[in-house]
Design a protein around this ligand. Structure first.
Ligand SMILES: [Zn+2]
Length: 254
Protein backbone atom coordinates (compact mmCIF):
# COMPACT_ATOMS: atom_id res chain seq x y z
CA UNK A 1 0.00 0.00 0.00
CA UNK A 2 2.83 2.34 0.90
CA UNK A 3 4.47 1.65 -2.44
CA UNK A 4 1.23 2.37 -4.24
CA UNK A 5 0.82 5.62 -2.35
CA UNK A 6 4.37 6.62 -3.13
CA UNK A 7 3.81 5.86 -6.78
CA UNK A 8 0.71 8.01 -6.86
CA UNK A 9 2.53 10.84 -5.12
CA UNK A 10 5.47 10.60 -7.49
CA UNK A 11 3.18 10.60 -10.48
CA UNK A 12 1.46 13.69 -9.21
CA UNK A 13 4.70 15.46 -8.50
CA UNK A 14 5.88 14.72 -12.03
CA UNK A 15 2.64 15.96 -13.49
CA UNK A 16 2.64 19.20 -11.55
CA UNK A 17 6.30 20.01 -11.29
CA UNK A 18 8.39 19.60 -8.20
CA UNK A 19 7.97 23.05 -6.73
CA UNK A 20 4.24 23.26 -7.11
CA UNK A 21 3.45 19.84 -5.74
CA UNK A 22 -0.28 19.88 -5.06
CA UNK A 23 -0.96 17.93 -1.91
CA UNK A 24 -4.30 19.32 -0.82
CA UNK A 25 -6.50 17.70 -3.44
CA UNK A 26 -4.81 14.41 -2.85
CA UNK A 27 -5.11 14.55 0.90
CA UNK A 28 -8.84 14.92 0.82
CA UNK A 29 -9.15 11.42 -0.56
CA UNK A 30 -6.88 9.76 1.99
CA UNK A 31 -7.31 8.31 5.42
CA UNK A 32 -5.51 10.43 8.08
CA UNK A 33 -2.98 7.65 8.63
CA UNK A 34 -1.85 8.10 5.05
CA UNK A 35 -1.59 11.85 5.36
CA UNK A 36 1.38 11.58 7.64
CA UNK A 37 3.00 9.00 5.40
CA UNK A 38 2.57 11.53 2.64
CA UNK A 39 4.15 14.32 4.61
CA UNK A 40 7.07 12.19 5.66
CA UNK A 41 7.80 10.50 2.38
CA UNK A 42 6.89 12.65 -0.49
CA UNK A 43 6.53 16.28 0.44
CA UNK A 44 8.64 18.42 -1.78
CA UNK A 45 8.63 22.15 -2.14
CA UNK A 46 10.38 25.22 -0.94
CA UNK A 47 11.13 25.51 2.70
CA UNK A 48 8.98 28.37 3.83
CA UNK A 49 10.88 29.12 6.97
CA UNK A 50 14.61 28.99 6.41
CA UNK A 51 15.04 32.47 5.00
CA UNK A 52 12.43 34.32 6.96
CA UNK A 53 13.43 36.88 9.51
CA UNK A 54 10.29 36.74 11.64
CA UNK A 55 10.47 34.44 14.57
CA UNK A 56 9.09 30.93 14.67
CA UNK A 57 9.17 28.48 17.55
CA UNK A 58 11.03 26.04 15.40
CA UNK A 59 14.46 26.42 13.88
CA UNK A 60 16.27 24.70 11.07
CA UNK A 61 20.04 24.62 11.45
CA UNK A 62 22.33 23.42 8.68
CA UNK A 63 25.61 22.03 9.93
CA UNK A 64 27.90 22.12 6.91
CA UNK A 65 30.82 20.21 8.37
CA UNK A 66 31.18 16.63 7.08
CA UNK A 67 31.60 14.41 10.13
CA UNK A 68 33.76 11.27 9.98
CA UNK A 69 30.74 9.23 11.11
CA UNK A 70 27.42 9.74 12.89
CA UNK A 71 28.98 9.27 16.30
CA UNK A 72 31.40 12.10 15.54
CA UNK A 73 28.42 14.41 15.04
CA UNK A 74 26.77 13.38 18.31
CA UNK A 75 30.01 13.74 20.30
CA UNK A 76 30.55 17.21 18.84
CA UNK A 77 27.01 18.17 19.76
CA UNK A 78 27.62 17.03 23.33
CA UNK A 79 31.04 18.73 23.52
CA UNK A 80 29.53 22.02 22.41
CA UNK A 81 26.94 21.69 25.18
CA UNK A 82 24.07 21.77 22.70
CA UNK A 83 22.63 18.49 23.84
CA UNK A 84 23.26 14.95 24.97
CA UNK A 85 20.90 12.04 24.65
CA UNK A 86 21.09 11.57 28.42
CA UNK A 87 19.58 15.01 28.89
CA UNK A 88 16.17 13.73 27.84
CA UNK A 89 14.01 14.73 30.78
CA UNK A 90 11.96 11.92 32.30
CA UNK A 91 9.00 14.13 33.16
CA UNK A 92 8.82 15.22 29.52
CA UNK A 93 9.14 11.65 28.26
CA UNK A 94 5.69 10.96 29.69
CA UNK A 95 4.18 13.70 27.48
CA UNK A 96 6.04 12.21 24.53
CA UNK A 97 4.69 8.70 25.17
CA UNK A 98 1.19 10.01 25.70
CA UNK A 99 1.38 11.97 22.46
CA UNK A 100 2.27 8.80 20.53
CA UNK A 101 -0.71 6.98 22.03
CA UNK A 102 -3.12 9.84 21.39
CA UNK A 103 -1.92 10.26 17.79
CA UNK A 104 -2.40 6.54 17.21
CA UNK A 105 -5.89 6.69 18.72
CA UNK A 106 -6.73 9.43 16.22
CA UNK A 107 -5.47 7.36 13.30
CA UNK A 108 -2.10 9.03 12.83
CA UNK A 109 0.93 6.86 12.27
CA UNK A 110 4.28 8.38 13.11
CA UNK A 111 7.22 6.99 11.20
CA UNK A 112 9.92 5.13 13.12
CA UNK A 113 12.38 7.30 11.26
CA UNK A 114 10.83 10.39 12.82
CA UNK A 115 10.95 8.83 16.27
CA UNK A 116 14.64 8.00 15.88
CA UNK A 117 15.43 11.54 14.83
CA UNK A 118 13.87 12.96 17.97
CA UNK A 119 17.06 13.38 19.93
CA UNK A 120 16.16 15.11 23.15
CA UNK A 121 13.46 16.88 25.14
CA UNK A 122 14.83 18.97 27.94
CA UNK A 123 14.51 22.04 30.13
CA UNK A 124 16.93 24.88 29.48
CA UNK A 125 17.71 28.19 31.19
CA UNK A 126 18.02 29.82 27.80
CA UNK A 127 17.50 28.43 24.30
CA UNK A 128 20.58 27.20 22.49
CA UNK A 129 19.32 28.85 19.32
CA UNK A 130 19.64 32.66 19.02
CA UNK A 131 17.45 35.10 20.91
CA UNK A 132 14.03 33.54 21.27
CA UNK A 133 13.25 34.58 24.80
CA UNK A 134 9.56 35.22 24.11
CA UNK A 135 8.97 31.55 23.52
CA UNK A 136 8.09 28.86 26.00
CA UNK A 137 9.39 25.98 23.93
CA UNK A 138 11.28 25.42 20.72
CA UNK A 139 11.76 22.58 18.25
CA UNK A 140 15.20 22.69 16.63
CA UNK A 141 16.06 20.61 13.60
CA UNK A 142 19.73 20.16 12.75
CA UNK A 143 20.66 18.86 9.31
CA UNK A 144 24.12 17.31 9.20
CA UNK A 145 26.39 15.31 6.91
CA UNK A 146 28.58 12.34 7.72
CA UNK A 147 30.76 9.75 6.03
CA UNK A 148 29.69 6.14 5.72
CA UNK A 149 31.59 3.66 3.54
CA UNK A 150 33.33 6.57 1.84
CA UNK A 151 30.00 8.11 0.87
CA UNK A 152 28.73 11.41 2.27
CA UNK A 153 25.26 10.95 3.69
CA UNK A 154 22.72 13.35 5.17
CA UNK A 155 20.56 13.06 8.22
CA UNK A 156 18.84 15.31 10.74
CA UNK A 157 17.94 15.35 14.39
CA UNK A 158 15.21 17.17 16.26
CA UNK A 159 15.61 18.61 19.73
CA UNK A 160 12.94 20.13 21.91
CA UNK A 161 13.93 22.77 24.41
CA UNK A 162 11.61 24.12 27.06
CA UNK A 163 12.33 27.21 29.09
CA UNK A 164 12.60 26.13 32.71
CA UNK A 165 11.31 29.42 34.12
CA UNK A 166 8.14 29.25 32.04
CA UNK A 167 7.56 25.65 33.08
CA UNK A 168 7.94 26.54 36.77
CA UNK A 169 5.33 29.23 36.30
CA UNK A 170 2.85 26.75 34.90
CA UNK A 171 3.73 24.04 37.37
CA UNK A 172 2.88 26.27 40.31
CA UNK A 173 -0.67 26.43 38.90
CA UNK A 174 -1.10 22.72 38.20
CA UNK A 175 -3.88 20.88 40.00
CA UNK A 176 -3.72 17.30 41.22
CA UNK A 177 -7.26 16.35 40.23
CA UNK A 178 -7.34 17.92 36.79
CA UNK A 179 -8.41 14.70 35.10
CA UNK A 180 -11.47 14.15 37.27
CA UNK A 181 -12.59 17.58 38.47
CA UNK A 182 -13.97 18.89 35.16
CA UNK A 183 -12.64 22.34 36.10
CA UNK A 184 -10.39 24.36 33.81
CA UNK A 185 -6.78 23.49 34.48
CA UNK A 186 -3.30 24.69 33.63
CA UNK A 187 -2.21 21.06 33.25
CA UNK A 188 -4.08 20.97 29.94
CA UNK A 189 -2.76 24.34 28.83
CA UNK A 190 0.74 23.03 29.45
CA UNK A 191 0.00 19.86 27.49
CA UNK A 192 -1.18 22.05 24.65
CA UNK A 193 2.25 23.70 24.53
CA UNK A 194 4.22 20.44 24.64
CA UNK A 195 1.95 18.81 22.05
CA UNK A 196 2.37 21.83 19.79
CA UNK A 197 6.14 21.33 19.77
CA UNK A 198 5.75 17.56 19.26
CA UNK A 199 3.66 18.29 16.17
CA UNK A 200 6.66 20.24 14.83
CA UNK A 201 9.30 17.73 15.95
CA UNK A 202 7.58 14.41 15.18
CA UNK A 203 5.08 15.18 12.42
CA UNK A 204 7.08 18.01 10.82
CA UNK A 205 3.98 20.13 10.54
CA UNK A 206 3.93 23.89 10.87
CA UNK A 207 1.35 26.42 12.00
CA UNK A 208 -2.25 26.98 11.14
CA UNK A 209 -3.05 30.29 9.47
CA UNK A 210 -3.32 33.17 11.92
CA UNK A 211 -7.08 33.37 11.63
CA UNK A 212 -9.58 33.70 14.44
CA UNK A 213 -11.28 30.40 13.68
CA UNK A 214 -8.07 28.55 14.61
CA UNK A 215 -7.38 30.47 17.81
CA UNK A 216 -8.37 27.52 19.99
CA UNK A 217 -6.31 24.97 18.10
CA UNK A 218 -3.03 23.38 19.11
CA UNK A 219 -1.20 24.51 15.97
CA UNK A 220 -2.27 28.14 16.19
CA UNK A 221 1.03 30.06 16.41
CA UNK A 222 0.32 31.50 19.87
CA UNK A 223 -1.66 30.80 23.03
CA UNK A 224 -2.94 32.77 25.96
CA UNK A 225 -1.15 32.03 29.22
CA UNK A 226 -4.17 33.01 31.26
CA UNK A 227 -6.77 30.71 29.83
CA UNK A 228 -6.66 27.23 31.38
CA UNK A 229 -8.58 24.41 29.67
CA UNK A 230 -11.15 21.90 30.82
CA UNK A 231 -10.80 18.23 29.97
CA UNK A 232 -13.72 18.57 27.60
CA UNK A 233 -12.08 21.49 25.76
CA UNK A 234 -8.78 19.62 25.60
CA UNK A 235 -10.36 16.50 24.09
CA UNK A 236 -12.16 18.62 21.52
CA UNK A 237 -8.88 20.35 20.69
CA UNK A 238 -7.15 16.99 20.21
CA UNK A 239 -9.87 15.67 17.95
CA UNK A 240 -9.63 18.73 15.72
CA UNK A 241 -5.83 18.73 15.79
CA UNK A 242 -5.54 15.24 14.34
CA UNK A 243 -8.39 15.62 11.85
CA UNK A 244 -7.70 15.52 8.16
CA UNK A 245 -9.33 18.88 7.51
CA UNK A 246 -7.17 20.70 10.05
CA UNK A 247 -3.92 18.96 9.10
CA UNK A 248 -4.52 20.12 5.56
CA UNK A 249 -4.44 23.70 6.80
CA UNK A 250 -1.12 23.34 8.60
CA UNK A 251 2.02 24.47 6.87
CA UNK A 252 4.50 21.75 6.23
CA UNK A 253 8.14 21.81 7.12
CA UNK A 254 10.24 20.11 4.54
ZN1 LIG B 1 5.00 26.41 16.65
Amino acid sequence: MRLLLLTILLLLSCAQGVDSFGIKGLLSSLHPRKIIDGFNVAIVGKNKYENKTFRQDFRIENDNKIYSDKLDFFSTLATLGRSKKELWDESLASYYNEFLTVAEEHGIEIYDESLKRMYSMRFVDSFSSENTSNYTALCIRTNFQFQENAITKKDSIYRMEILRSKYELFKSKFSEDYETSGAASYNYLWKRIVYHELMHCLLHLGHLPKEDKYRDDIMYPSYSMNIPLTKREWNKMLKRNFSKSLIEQMEYVK
